[in-house]
Write a protein that binds this ligand. Sequence first.
Ligand code: SF4
Length: 431
Amino acid sequence: MNHVAALPGCSSEQSAQGQRPVLRERGQREVFCGLTGIVWLHRKMQDAFFLVVGSRTCAHLLQSAAGVMIFAEPRFATAIMEERDLAGMVDAQDELDRVVSRLLARRPDIKTLFLVGSCPSEVIKLDLAKAAERLGTRYMPDVRILNYSGSGIETTFTQGEDTCLTALVPEMPQLGEDAPRNLLIVGSLPDIVEDQFLRLFDQLGIENVASLPARNARDLPSVGPNTRYLLAQPFLAETAMALEDRGAVRLEAMFPFGADGTTDWLKAAAREFGVDEQLFNRVIAPGRERAKRAMDHARSELEGKRISFLPDSQLEVPLARFLSTEMGMVPVEVGTPYLHRAHLAGDLALISDKARISEGQHVDRQLDRVREDRPDLTVCGLGLANPLEAEGLTTKWAIELVFSPIHGFDQAGDLAELFARPLRRRDRLEV
Ligand code: SF4
């Protein structure tokens, strides 16, 4: 868990352009650090290895979050910094070189090695960018060595993916101005979901579609002024900026959750690539219908129920949009660690003005508001769920939403079900 010292205060902000008010809070946070992203990133990039330069705490966090790796050759590890490293009694760069050379000698399957910064490496100001550059010259072209920060001082939970993908962007091959247009799906998706989207784009006749990250970290897609990209995850602000610096243009869309969100997301690409409207409707109709039918199973349990989100995964705004416009839930508070207004504009516009939008965290105040609001369901981090349950509130772990396949038409029913399950459990306990 990442506990950041309090900067007391909160403020309510309404912009000059008449945007909806946002309650901004600064205080103690209760979220995982960015190292957690390694759990899904190492499954996605199958030739990559994540070497955390950190403490035993970091190793424990990863081990317990990833849990299931006992029988496999792991693709992440922690180079544990001992007291003498922290006290500056040894040259940590030399130690790191030794660890990396042992690792690469033993694991020739590693093609991309990420050196991942943590709180301890940051505190002693261990320069991992320098280390990656030095080691990179030694091991290229066999192994690409990159670095990013997953430290709890700099990153929350899903931000680890953002810093990781940002590190990949400069490595992407550059496309010239005369290159044909290409489409990038940006954000790590389970392979099965990525395949569904690729099939749909193929049926729509959109060519040159690739994903960032790719399944093999070495197969980086190309980027240039004719690149259009769709964000699949709402927590990739830095990655988006890095791509735009390379000339890519973001397609504005809602995030692909539920029947409507997925339709809007696909439509943004179809519009940009000039897909005929009839063809579009014909291609998406079966998936859209399947999604609607699957969502119907949970509708009666969700309709009219009040829901609050505590800031955690940055998925809060698009999920609140999905639950309110497609499942009839009533968002009471939608808290998110960061509110990227431009990326979330489509979803945000559809959330009722009566819902309170908050950005940042002051955990005590937020818990007080949850106690006062008494929503039917509160989506929050693991550490907050048990105390709230003990007070008679029904909760859903935000982390489950990150670890489950929830994007696209064929996952819409499962997504709705994730919210219906705790309500059903509560009803059974009350009988
Ligand atoms: S990076 Fe920091 S917050 Fe994350 S596990 Fe390590 S010490 Fe804890």
